[in-house]
Design a protein around this ligand. Sequence first.
Ligand code: NAD
Length: 436
Amino acid sequence: MSQSSSTAIIGEDPAPPASRTVIVGLGYVGLPLAVRAVEVGHHVVGLDVDAERVKRLLSGESYVEDVPAERLAAVVATGRFEPTIDADDCTGFDVAVITVPTPLREGLPEMRHIEEAARLLGAHLRPGATVVLESTTYPGTTEELVATILEQTSGLRAGVDFHLGYSPERIDPGNPQWHLENTPKVVSGIDDASLAAVRAFYDTVVDTTVPVGSPQVAELAKLLENTFRHVNIALINELAVFARELGIDIWEAVDAAATKPYGFMKFTPGPGVGGHCLPIDPSYLSWRVKRATGRVFRFVELANDINDHMPDYVVRRLIEGLNRRGRPVNGSQILLLGLAYKRNTGDARESPAIRVIELLTGLGAFVSAVDPHVVEAHVDRRVRRTQLTAAEVARADAVVLLTDHDSLDVDVVVREARYVLDCRRMLAPASTVEVL
Ligand SMILES: NC(=O)c1ccc[n+]([C@@H]2O[C@H](COP(=O)([O-])OP(=O)(O)OC[C@H]3O[C@@H](n4cnc5c(N)ncnc54)[C@H](O)[C@@H]3O)[C@@H](O)[C@H]2O)c1
C-alpha cells in the first residue's frame, strides 16, 4: 500500500473523539493504552486470548505494575471497559489497535500473533474504521502483511475503505517520569487520510504525536531506538570485561565520560539484556535486512553475541570469587537478588537471571532468589524463592545482585554477606563486595 496508490476515505470523520475502540492484546503495552483510552472517554473492548487475564481484569485486578489496581477499578467502574475473549465483541469498532506479542521463534520473527489479530479484526472491519499496529516489528509489516490480511478477510481496501497505520509503543515499564501520556508518540498511516485518523485517535490519548511519512519509517524508528540501546549496552558490557583485565574501574570511567554535556549518553555494564525488547527487536531488523539485501547487519549480530554472553561472564566472575575464598561453586548456596531484567519491574521474560540460574544449577550450586516484583512462580523450578532477610544473606556462600530494585534492603546485604558480586554497582563499597 503506497501513499500514492490510495485515495481518501469516503467522507467519515476519522476517529471521533469518543470512539468504540478495540485493543487486541492486553499486556504491558495494551493494558495501559486501554486504561488511558477509557479515561479520556473512549469505549474500549479489550480482546485477549488469555481467559485468566480477562477474568482478573473484570474483577479489577491488574497484572501490569504501571496500572495500579485503583486506576483499573475506576476504569472498570465507568462501564466503558469490556475485557473479553470473544472476538465477536469487536463488531462495529471505529479504531482497533493491535498490541500482541512479536517474539522470535528459532531466531526468526514470529508473526503468528499479528496475523491472528489482523484476521479477527478483518472479520469485523467496516468502512471508515481505522486499524493501527503497535507491536514492534520489521519495516514493511503494516503495509505488506497487515494490509493484505485485513483486505482478504474483510473484502475492503486499505486506504480506500478503511484507514491503516503504525504507531510504535515506547512504554518503559517502571519509569516514574515517562509514561504513555507524556512520551511523544510516533504516528503514521498508509496515506494522508490514514495518518490523520491515526493521529486523531492518539491525540486524544497522549500529549504529543509525532507524524512521520510512512509506516515503514515508524517501524524502523522503533527498531532504531531499541537497536541503539542494545548496541550501546553491548559496547559498555564488552568494555567492562576488558577494563577489568586492564585493571581499570569501568564504572568510574563511565561516570567521568558522562560529565560531558554533549555527544555522550550514559550506559552502564550489567548481567545482560532481557524483556520483550532488546533481546528480540534488533533481530527483527537484522532479519529484514538479510531477507531484503542478503547482507548481515553486523552491529546487531555483535551486540546479540556480547549481551547474550554476559550471564556466562557473571557466572565466571562468581566462580573466580568463590575460588578465591576456597569454595567450589558445586554445592555452594547462591542467593540471587533480582530476577526481573529491569529495576522496579516484575518482568522476568528473557531475563539474564534465567540463564544465570541455568548455568549455576548446571554446575551443582543451590540457587535461591529474592524478587518481590516478579510474581510468576514458574520463573525456574530449580530456584528456591525466598525473602531478603539477614539469615538468608548470611547462609549464602555468595550473593549475586542482578537487578537494582529500589525495594532491596542493601544495608542488610552489605552487613551480612560473606561475598557479593554486585552486577549493578548498587551497594556501598565493602571488602566483601565486588562490582561486575
Ligand atoms: N513490554 C514493553 O516494554 C514493550 C515496549 C514497547 C513495545 N513493546 C511491543 O509491544 C508488543 C506487545 O508487547 P507486550 O509486552 O505488551 O506483550 P505481553 O505479552 O505483555 O502482552 C501481549 C498480550 O497479547 C495477548 N495475545 C497474544 N496473542 C493474541 C491474539 N491473537 N489475540 C488477542 N490477544 C493476544 C497475550 O495473551 C497477552 O496478554 C510487542 O510487539 C512488544 O515488542 C513492548
